[in-house]
Design a protein around this ligand. Structure first.
Ligand code: PBG
Ligand code: ZN
Length: 324
């Protein structure tokens, strides 16, 4: 048997003979419904005033109306889900615009639910809304965990009330999934899903995003809440805790530098797993392509790699390109 399997009886190149053979034998496929498109909606913009994001060429900040139009256009081309980030006009210490029922995200969610059939996912965090830019309540330069949970719950509730299908907490406070689940359940939103940024690393690859939505912390960094890039066993503990608190979907972020983490989590837990191809991954590929060092094929390869590593869903700024 073993002998028969050897060359020249076995020729692996037969499997790669032409594109149709390669296509039917392809082990991994990225489907349009696997992709989630992140959108930035800025309260102060008027319709028709979309702003190009310097650190992410090809990506924009939209007014509410323009965001809805763009989402509709993408839905027509086959997009299934979007992830919303809001940029409020006013920031304060407690990020109070984040849970205001007339906040930019809440308004966007209700319009999108009325005018599209998209799965609407919201980022639940405080950093775009707080004057200090941290993802939680700050006292004496410390980011307070337990005090923050109440705020995150309020934010998630306001998104669910507006009609969000999935809330996605990205703050990395301990116990936030449990707190959000409890609040949602007590208020009649037991059918709202939670996609937790379970293994979210303190990554340099977020830099273009922070510039895009003005959410960089005004002091210190996020290393006391986001994970150390060296750790993978810790990621398993994070995921286990989030699942025990009621997470429906777990996420690894960033994606490309953490493919091993995606695979390990998928093997260990077998639950719906998402991966976030973050701003730095987008801009790095984009810069390479724009400079002529790479072709757009590199983008498809990156998405295939993330899927092959075990991600069921991929959040990517390249989603629209893939739909074409
Ligand atoms: C903030 C948040 C970040 C991203 C999503 N939500 C940045 C951060 O933690 O500083 C990063 C997204 C990206 O880089 O594309 N909670
Ligand atoms: Zn945050």
């Amino acid at each position: 048997m073993v002998k028969k399997m050897k060359f020249p009886i076995t020729r692996m190149r037969r499997l790669r003979k032409n594109s149709r053979i390669r296509n039917i034998l392809s082990e991994t496929k990225v489907n349009p419904e696997d992709l989630i498109y992140p959108m930035f909606i800025k309260e102060s913009l008027k319709d028709g005033q979309q702003e190009a994001i310097d650190t992410m060429p090809g990506q924009y900040r939209y007014s509410l109306g323009d965001a809805v139009n763009e989402a509709q256009r993408l839905e027509e081309r086959g997009l299934s889900s979007i992830l919303l980030f809001g940029m409020p006009e006013e920031k304060d210490e407690l990020g109070s615009m984040a849970y205001n029922s007339e906040g930019i995200v809440q308004m966007a969610v209700s319009r999108l639910k009325e005018e599209t059939d998209l799965v609407v996912i919201t980022d639940v965090c405080m950093c775009q809304y707080t004057s200090h830019g941290h993802c939680g309540i700050v006292k004496d330069d410390e980011i307070l965990n337990d005090e923050t949970l109440n705020y995150l719950s309020k934010i998630a509730m306001s998104h669910a009330e507006a009609g969000a299908d999935i809330v996605a907490p990205s703050d990395m406070m301990d116990g936030r999934v449990g707190a959000i689940r409890e609040t949602l359940d007590e208020n009649g939103h037991d059918d709202t899903l939670i996609m937790s940024y379970a293994a979210k690393y303190a990554s340099s690859f977020y830099a273009p995003f922070r510039e895009a939505v003005s959410s960089a912390p005004s002091f210190g960094d996020r290393k006391t809440y986001q994970m150390n890039p060296s750790n993978i066993l810790e990621a398993l503990r994070e995921v286990e805790l989030d699942l025990s608190e009621g997470a429906d979907i777990v996420m690894v972020k960033p994606a490309m530098p953490y493919l091993d983490v995606i695979r390990m989590i998928k093997n260990e837990f077998n639950v719906p797993t998402a991966a976030y191809q973050v701003s730095g991954e987008y801009s790095m590929l984009k810069a390479g392509i724009d400079a002529g060092y790479l072709t757009e094929d590199a983008i498809f390869e990156s998405l295939i790699s993330i899927k092959r590593a075990g991600a069921d869903l991929i959040i990517s700024h390249y989603a629209p390109l893939f739909l074409e």
